[in-house]
Design a protein around this ligand. Structure first.
Ligand code: ATP
Ligand code: MG
Length: 308
């Protein structure tokens, strides 16, 4: 029979490797750097920096939580990692659904009696929502236990930063129908709103490409601030990125600009970098045409439509 102790043992021993590597995780997210392709990038970094400073200041609340949202591939995770890294907080934890995969599989099989985990679960219901879990046997979400552990650890440090990547996926939110774990949602809401112990400072950075979903879950109001990460939408912005690489010659870039000028561009920085990687593999003679064709195919460029 599996009991709470087994679960906590697993939490201690199996989950550590995944969570021990937060510094490496930040570096990994930032491996390709941050290109300032337009004023929105500097704007996000400025606002974000102000918020991290706010989290540091002694005479404000001990909690600052920021949602960094935008379309898929727009660069949310890298910007969150940049803010986490530059915050220079001694305790940084990265928490992404991927980290939980292996663990969740085991934990999913665990039927834990609610009473046996009362002390660990109670945090979720003590805070602000004033609702209690049913007393009967509950299939306890492993995500709650893991998040509880991460926040617990964070509260022990003077200045801590938690990066929750793709927060909607923690809620098991599937794109097929509005199905998500309400228990996990309630617990996350409590964690996002709960003040750390006196004297402790906590900065929570979350990313999501499903702002609408979070809005429907009434989660948006839990954040101190929401920062929007846009896609590149101006031909000039695209050119700024291309100029960072030695991939295209000056003439090539000129050719590309002439082609796309006045047309609709809409591409996330992550996708653009992938297309640049792809172009690098092609013969320099056909690189420009290949790049533009790929942009069109992927729906990131509409050469048929003129904009003014
Ligand atoms: P997903 O929707 O899949 O979660 P994402 O929006 O989180 O994607 P990232 O994983 O952050 O996107 O990928 C952005 C990539 O672009 C990273 O490799 C990052 O280093 C690079 N990058 C370059 N310039 C910027 C920028 N201005 N903002 C964000 N990322 C940038
Ligand atoms: Mg991401």
């Amino acid at each position: 029979q599996v009991c709470k102790d087994d679960f906590l043992h697993a939490l201690e021993h199996d989950i550590k490797p995944a969570f021990g590597a937060s510094a490496e995780a930040l570096e990994h997210f930032l491996a390709r750097g941050i290109i300032t392709w337009g004023p929105s990038v500097s704007g996000i970094l400025e606002d974000g920096t102000l918020l991290t400073q706010q989290a540091r200041v002694a005479d404000t609340f001990g909690l600052v939580s920021v949602l960094i949202e935008g379309p898929p591939n727009s660069g949310k995770t890298a910007l969150a990692a940049k803010l986490a890294k530059d915050s220079d907080f001694p305790f940084v934890k990265v928490c992404s659904p991927e980290d939980m995969v292996g663990f969740t599989e085991t934990a999913k099989c665990l039927q834990i009696r609610k009473s046996t985990v009362d002390d660990r679960l109670i945090f979720a219901f003590r805070g602000g929502i004033g609702r209690r879990a049913p007393m009967q046997t509950t299939r306890l979400s492993s995500t709650i236990l893991i998040m509880d552990r991460i926040f617990d650890d964070a509260y022990r440090s003077q200045l801590s930063c938690i990066l929750v990547d793709n927060i909607e996926r923690l809620l098991d939110y599937g794109s097929i129908g509005p199905r998500y774990s309400n228990l996990t949602l309630q617990a996350l809401l409590v964690l996002l709103k709960k003040q750390p112990p006196k004297g402790k400072k906590l900065l929570v950075l979350c990313t999501s490409s499903r702002k609408q979903v979070l809005e429907e879950m009434e989660m948006l109001s839990a954040f101190t601030a929401v920062l929007h990460v846009p896609n590149l939408s101006q031909p000039e912005e695209l050119i700024t990125v291309l100029e960072q690489f030695d991939l295209f010659t000056k003439q090539d870039i000129h050719k590309i600009y002439n082609q796309i000028s006045g047309h609709k561009v809409f591409i996330g920085i992550k996708k653009l970098l992938a297309l640049i990687d792809m172009a690098r593999q092609t013969d320099p003679k056909v690189r420009v045409i290949k790049f533009l064709t790929k942009m069109e195919e992927e729906g990131c460029l509409d050469l048929g439509t003129m904009i003014h």
